[in-house]
Ligand binder design. Structure first.
Ligand code: COA
Ligand code: AMP
Length: 634
C-alpha cells in the first residue's frame, strides 16, 4: 500500500540514509552506490560518493532502451513564432547525440564549462542534455539579462564555449542576442574559444570569423552520429546556475549529478503525482531553476512528456493561452509562478477564456517562485476546479523544501502556506541569535545540515562565500534567507526575504546590485533601491537617488538615465521603471538607511516614525514623492 506523507517523513527522520538509498534504486547507475552519504565531506554533503552514472542516460537513453522510443518526450509550442514540434524519446536521443558530437568536435570534454545563452527553443534542451552526456558543465543564462551580467558569468566560470541563437522573441520585439553576446565577450576578461550560434528565421546574426560557428549546419552534418554517455561520479557537477546574491556578483549554484537525479525523480511522483507517459508542463524559462528542474531534468528522468512553451501567459495572443496549451497536449499538471495567474486574472477576471477549453486532463496547478497570495490561489481554485498547490524552494535547493505531496495523497490546504517540509528537510525557525522560536512566531527559516540530495554542495569556486552567505550565521544550519513561521499543525508560512532579494514577476533580483548600478551614475551621490508591492508582478523595484551637490541638471533627466543604466547593465527583466530624486535618504543616527520604513510608505502600509531617525522630515518628503507618482508607470 502507498505510504502516507507522515509515514515517509518519519521513516526519513529515523534513517535518512536508508530513505535515500531506497530512492536511489530508481536511477540507472553505471556503478551502484554502496556509500550513501560521505559525512567526512562535512557541510558539502556528498551524496552517493562512490556511485557512477550519467544524467543524460537517465533522461533519454534508458527510456529508449526500455521501449519508450516512440513516446513524446518534448513538445515545443511557440505562439511567438507560430512554430510547434514534437520529439519522441528516440528523436530526442538523435538530436542530443548530434549536439554532443558538435560540442566534442569543438574540443569540449568532461569538466569544461559551456554557457548556454538561448531562448526557449528545443536546441537549448538538446544542448543542456548534450553537455550532461559528455560531462561538460552547462551554465544557462536567462535571455532577459544584459551583456554585463552575461560577462560576469563568462568570467566566473571561465566558459570555454558559448551556445547561443541569433535572437529571442518577446511579444513586443525581437531581441537580437548576438550583439549582446559580442558585447559580453568584449567586456569579459576570459575569452571563450568558440560560439555556436543558431540562426533563427526571424533574424540573421553576423558571425565573427575564427570564433563563431553556424550551429544549424553543424548539427545537420552531425546527424546520425552517436556519442557515448560519459561515466560521471554522482558528485561531479552537472551545471552551474547563477542567481542573485547580496552583491552585484552573482552566486554560482552548483548542482551535482547523482543527488539531483535521485531527488528530482522522486519529486515527480511523490510531489507532483506524475506517472511516466503523462504530460507535465512547467510554464517557466530554462534560464531559471524551475526551468532546469521541471522543464528539463525531472520530467525526462521520469519518462514523462515535457512542454517547452515560448510565449507568455497573456498577450500571446490572449489570457487563454495557457488553457489552449493544456487542452492541445492533455497536460496533467501545470506548474507556474503566481504572477502568471495575476496577469491572467487581470485580463480575464471571470475566467471566461477558461470555459472555452477542455481542461479535463488537468489534475493540479502548482505554484512557486514567490509567495502565493491567498487571493490568487482562491481565484485559481475557483476557475480551474482542481487543487492549487503552493510549494516553496530556491535555486540553491533545486527542488521543493516545503510542499503538499499530491502523489502521496495530499494534505488539507491552508491558504498562504506551502504546507509541510519534504522528507530530507528538517526546518527550524530561529531568532536572530539562532534560538528556536515557538510556533506562530516569525523568524529565520533554517534547514538543519546536511541538506538533502539535489541541493547545492557549494558555490562555483567560492567555498568561502558559500560558507559566509549560507552556513555561518546559524552554525549547523543552512540559512534560507527567508523569514516565516510554523503553525501548531506544522504548516510552514514563508513571508519575506531577510536579505536584499526581491521577486519581480517571479524573477529573483538583488536590490543591492541595482544600487551598485545607480551609484555608478556620475551625478548620484547615494541611493537606495527597495521592492514596492505591485498588483501583477508581486514586487517592482523603486530607486531613490540623492544627487551630488553642485549638480544642476533637471532631476528627471538623471532619473531617466539611471533607469536606462539599470536596463543596460542588469537587463530589461529588472523592470526598473521608478527612479526618484530626493534631497536626502532617511537614515538612523548611526547612518543605516531606513529601507524597511520606506517600503512601508511605498506600499501604503501603516508605519511609525523610527525613534532613531536623524531627520524625521525626510520621510514626509519620500511619502510625498511616492504619492505624487505611479510606482509602475506603464
Ligand atoms: N529575453 C529578453 N527579454 C526578456 C525576456 C527574455 N527571455 N524575458 C523578459 N524580458 C523582458 C521583457 O520583454 C520586458 O521588457 P520591456 O521592459 O521592454 O517590456 C522585461 O524583460 C520584463 O519582463 P517580464 O518580467 O516578463 O514582464 P512583462 O511585463 O513582460 O510580463 C508577466 C509580465 C507576469 C506576464 C511575465 O513576467 C510572466 O510571464 N511571468 C511568469 C513568471 C515566470 O515565468 N517566472 C519564472 C520563475 S517560475
Ligand atoms: P529562486 O531562487 O529564483 O527560485 O527564488 C527563491 C526565492 O523565491 C525564495 O527564497 C523565496 O523568497 C521566494 N519563493 C519561492 N517560492 C516561494 C513560495 N512558494 N512562497 C514564498 N516565497 C517563495
Amino acid at each position: 500500500m502507498q505510504k502516507t506523507y507522515a509515514e515517509i517523513y518519519r521513516a526519513w527522520q529515523a534513517d535518512p540514509e536508508a530513505h535515500w538509498a531506497a530512492l536511489a534504486r530508481a536511477i540507472d547507475w553505471f556503478t551502484e552506490p554502496t556509500e550513501i552519504f560521505d559525512a567526512a565531506q562535512g557541510v558539502y554533503g556528498h551524496w552517493f560518493p562512490d556511485a557512477v552514472g550519467n544524467t543524460c542516460h537517465n533522461c533519454v537513453d534508458r527510456h529508449v532502451a526500455a521501449g519508450r522510443g516512440d513516446q513524446p518526450a518534448l513538445i515545443y509550442d511557440s505562439p511567438v513564432t507560430g512554430r510547434k514540434a514534437r520529439y519522441s524519446y528516440g528523436e530526442l536521443l538523435t538530436h542530443v547525440n548530434a549536439m554532443a558530437a558538435v560540442l566534442a568536435d569543438q574540443g569540449i570534454v568532461k569538466g569544461d564549462r559551456v554557457i548556454l545563452y538561448m531562448p526557449m527553443i528545443p536546441e537549448a534542451i538538446f544542448a543542456m542534455l548534450a553537455c550532461a552526456r559528455i560531462g561538460a558543465i552547462h551554465s544557462v543564462v536567462f535571455g532577459g539579462f544584459a551583456a554585463s551580467e552575461l560577462a560576469a558569468r563568462i568570467d566566473d566560470c571561465a566558459a570555454k564555449l558559448i551556445v547561443s541563437a541569433s535572437c529571442g522573441i518577446e511579444p513586443n520585439r525581437v531581441v537580437a542576442y548576438k550583439p549582446l553576446l559580442d558585447a559580453a565577450i568584449d567586456l569579459a576578461r576570459h575569452k571563450p574559444e568558440r560560439c555556436l550560434v543558431l540562426q533563427r528565421p526571424e533574424l540573421a546574426a553576423e558571425l565573427r570569423d575564427g570564433r563563431d560557428v553556424d550551429l544549424g549546419p553543424a548539427l545537420a552534418a552531425a546527424e546520425g552520429r552517436a556519442v557515448p554517455c560519459a561515466p560521471l561520479k554522482a558528485t561531479d557537477p552537472l551545471y552551474i546556475l547563477y542567481t542573485s546574491g547580496t552583491t552585484g556578483q552573482p552566486k554560482g549554484v552548483i548542482r551535482d549529478n547523482g543527488g539531483h537525479m535521485v531527488a528530482l525523480a522522486w519529486s515527480m511522483r511523490a510531489l507532483y503525482g506524475i506517472e511516466p507517459g503523462e504530460v507535465y508542463w512547467a510554464a517557466s524559462d530554462i534560464g531559471w531553476v524551475v526551468g532546469h528542474s521541471y522543464i528539463v531534468y525531472a520530467p525526462l528522468l521520469n519518462g514523462s512528456t515535457t512542454v517547452l512553451y515560448e510565449g507568455k501567459p497573456v498577450g500571446t495572443p490572449d489570457a487563454g493561452a495557457f488553457w489552449r496549451v493544456v487542452e492541445d497536449y492533455r497536460v496533467s499538471v501545470l506548474f507556474t509562478a503566481p504572477t502568471a495567474f495575476r496577469a491572467i486574472r487581470k485580463e480575464d477576471p471571470d475566467g471566461a477564456l477558461v470555459k472555452r477549453h477542455d481542461l479535463s486532463s488537468l489534475r493540479a496547478l502548482f505554484l512557486a517562485g514567490e509567495r502565493a497570495d491567498p487571493d490568487t490561489v482562491q481565484w485559481a481554485e475557483k476557475v480551474l476546479g482542481v487543487p492549487v498547490i503552493d510549494h516553496w524552494w530556491q535555486t540553491e535547493t533545486g527542488w521543493a523544501i516545503v510542499g503538499n505531496p499530491l502523489g502521496l495523497g495530499r494534505l488539507p490546504v491552508k491558504h498562504g502556506s506551502p504546507t509541510v517540509p519534504m522528507p530530507g528537510y528538517e526546518l527550524h525557525v530561529l531568532d536572530d541569535a539562532g534560538h528556536p522560536v515557538p510556533p506562530g512566531t516569525l523568524g529565520n527559516i533554517a534547514i538543519r545540515l546536511p541538506l538533502p540530495p539535489g541541493c547545492l554542495p557549494t558555490f562555483w569556486k567560492a567555498d568561502e562565500r558559500f560558507r559566509a552567505a549560507c552556513l555561518s550565521e546559524f552554525p549547523g544550519y543552512y540559512k534560507t534567507a527567508d523569514a516565516g513561521y510554523v503553525d501548531d499543525d506544522g504548516y510552514v508560512f514563508v513571508m519575506a526575504r531577510t536579505d536584499d532579494i526581491i521577486n519581480v514577476a517571479g524573477h529573483r533580483l538583488s536590490t543591492g546590485a541595482m544600487e551598485e548600478v545607480c551609484a555608478s551614475h556620475p551625478d548620484v551621490a547615494e541611493c537606495a533601491v527597495i521592492g514596492v508591492a505591485d498588483a501583477v508582478k508581486g514586487q517592482v523595484p523603486a530607486g531613490f537617488l540623492v544627487l551630488k551637490s553642485g549638480v544642476s541638471r533637471e532631476s528627471s533627466l538623471v532619473e531617466a538615465e539611471v533607469m536606462r543604466l539599470v536596463r543596460e547593465r542588469i537587463g530589461p527583466v529588472a523592470a526598473f521603471k521608478t527612479a526618484i530624486c530626493v534631497k536626502r535618504l532617511p537614515k538612523t543616527r548611526s547612518g543605516k538607511i531606513l529601507r524597511g520604513t520606506m517600503q512601508k510608505i511605498a506600499d501604503g502600509e501603516e508605519w511609525k516614525m523610527p525613534a532613531t531617525i536623524d531627520d524625521p522630515a525626510i520621510l514626509d518628503e519620500i511619502a510625498a514623492a511616492l504619492t505624487g507618482r505611479s510606482p509602475n508607470p506603464a
